[in-house]
Design a protein around this ligand. Structure first.
Ligand code: GLN
Length: 496
């Protein structure tokens, strides 16, 4: 049973269909794994074992994801399960309905299993902003798993989940995937419905998969993508089979290296692994072209104006009147709001609400919010121009490998820079994927390095094809953290 948990979704499906293993056995193997390692990792906030077991008993393994348990970030509503967004303000809140991605996963036969830890309301890059304690990186539990979807990344990397869903507003899928050594895909804006995703920044948020390999991300995207009448920002664009192009070669594919992303400041081991990956692409037949994304330096600043402005409006609904935490004592309604929010929100969420309220306030709106929107248009234009020359953009996902818990906690600006390579992708609305491309050796331990590929809007099929070609000609995605290694191939040779 021990190797069952290390299967990919596609491998598990094959075994389920061949009746070599049952959905109940697969689930129980996962539960045993969680019992063994999640005390260390703390990737899950909750898991509804009884409901999942019931679903497994009735699973139809002939469906595309029939009988496959999928871990869900605690920001996506699953009917009957808690949804806290890792915040005290939503402690005890039980979702009254399914998010559209959950309805679709269920229709594909999957079993939403477990609520993964995250930075409170998806604000952060380390999962240390969870009100329920941090998640730890399976490669080194003294280190952070990235964030905000750190729980989803960690449970996939530690074989506590076959795959997971997360959300990405400025890097929250790709950055933790990079730091935990798994695949993480942020689809194009409008590709996946956000109905039932608790909103952080509505012009940036997307839901996407975490998986052990590229094919599994394609399988999950197949299940969840497409227009949803319940989310007016989801587009009519047809949904192709995202596995259809996997296996094609890279002849004629042009990859752009943005010169602004290779200017120093990146950890030397990360830089080296990414450059080797680029050389590897060249050896596979891709043409590497230097490109420019001239407004890159403004991306982080623009993001922290737009994302906080939208968050300040979205989080106004948590007022203790309709749901969630309610202060015990208040003399009047204003005091009720004040106390409820003061007690319920953590420090980073408060910081964002205050910042967002400030940039939207009269007298400052033009100077900050309006100007940020204009620069956002320029950033989007950078990508449009780049994609006239190349099929995809290649660069690091994170400027450094996983850092130690507590290392950035008192320096929000340094924390914000963790997303320097991922944020512009959300501002432009294009798609991006992170995949393993090597290791940094830090204090005697291998720490995963992620390669980011950025694709044209709604061209996830091509993006995944390009990612898959690299993955299948390298061994990086097969490496496992010491706590999960079983075979010699998983252990051997972490040198780049
Ligand atoms: N780390 C970024 C932030 O703190 C992005 C978070 C996200 O993508 N949800 O806002």
């Amino acid at each position: 049973m021990s190797s069952l948990i290390s299967l990919s979704v596609a491998e598990l499906q094959a075994q389920l269909r061949a009746r070599e293993v049952s959905p109940v056995e697969a689930l129980q193997a996962l539960q045993a794994r969680i019992a063994a390692v999640d005390g260390t990792i703390h990737g899950y906030l909750a898991h509804d074992d009884a409901a999942a077991l019931e679903a497994a008993r009735h699973a139809d393994v002939s469906l595309p994801l029939g009988g496959v348990p999928i871990a869900i970030k605690d920001v996506i509503n699953v009917r009957g399960q808690q949804c806290t967004c890792a915040s005290k303000i939503l402690e005890g809140f039980i979702s009254p309905y399914d998010a559209t991605v959950i309805t679709r996963l269920k229709a594909a036969g999957a079993i939403p299993f477990g609520r993964t830890n995250m930075d409170e309301f998806a604000m952060g890059s380390s999962t240390e902003n969870s009100a329920y304690g941090p998640t730890r990186n399976p490669w080194d539990p003294a280190r952070i798993p990235g964030g905000s979807s750190g729980g989803s990344a960690a449970v996939v990397a530690a074989d506590e989940a076959f795959a997971a869903l997360g959300s990405d507003t400025g890097g929250s899928i790709r950055q933790p995937a990079a730091l935990c050594g798994c695949v993480g895909l942020k689809p194009s804006y409008g590709r996946v419905s956000r109905f039932g995703l608790v909103a952080f920044a509505s012009s940036l948020d997307q839901i996407g998969p975490f998986s052990k390999n590229v094919r599994d991300s394609a399988l999950l995207l197949n299940a969840v993508a497409g227009r949803d009448p319940l989310d007016s920002t989801s587009l009519e664009e047809p949904v192709p089979d995202y596995t259809a192009l996997l296996g094609r070669d890279l002849k004629g594919v042009r990859l752009g290296m943005p010169k602004e992303y290779f200017v120093g400041g990146t950890d030397p081991q990360v830089d080296q692994a990414v450059r080797k990956a680029i050389a590897h692409y060249e050896s596979l037949g891709a043409e590497i072209v230097e490109i420019s994304l001239p407004h890159t330096e403004h991306a982080v600043g623009v993001y922290y104006i737009i994302a906080t402005a939208e968050a300040s409006a979205n989080l106004a609904r948590f007022d203790g009147v309709r749901y969630g935490h309610r202060t015990a004592e208040a003399e009047n309604i204003i005091e009720h709001y004040r106390r409820t929010r003061a007690e319920g929100f953590g420090p980073e969420v408060k910081r964002r609400i205050i910042l967002g309220t400030y940039v939207l306030s009269s007298g400052y709106y033009d100077a900050y919010y309006l100007r940020a929107q204009k620069v956002r248009a320029l950033i989007r234009q950078d990508f449009t121009r780049a994609f006239e020359q190349v099929d995809a953009i290649i660069c690091p996902t994170s400027p450094e490998p996983a850092f130690k818990l507590g290392d950035r906690s008192d320096d929000p600006l340094r924390m914000y820079l963790a997303d320097i390579f991922t944020i512009a992708v959300n501002l432009a609305g294009v798609c991006g994927v992170s995949l393993p491309c090597g290791f940094a050796q830090v204090e005697g331990k291998p720490l995963p390095v992620g390669l980011q590929l950025i694709g044209k809007p709604f061209r996830e099929a091509e993006l995944l094809q390009i990612a898959h070609a690299y993955e299948q000609s390298t061994e990086w995605h097969k490496k496992r953290p010491a706590m999960t290694r079983q075979t010699a191939a998983e252990t051997a040779d972490f040198d780049n």
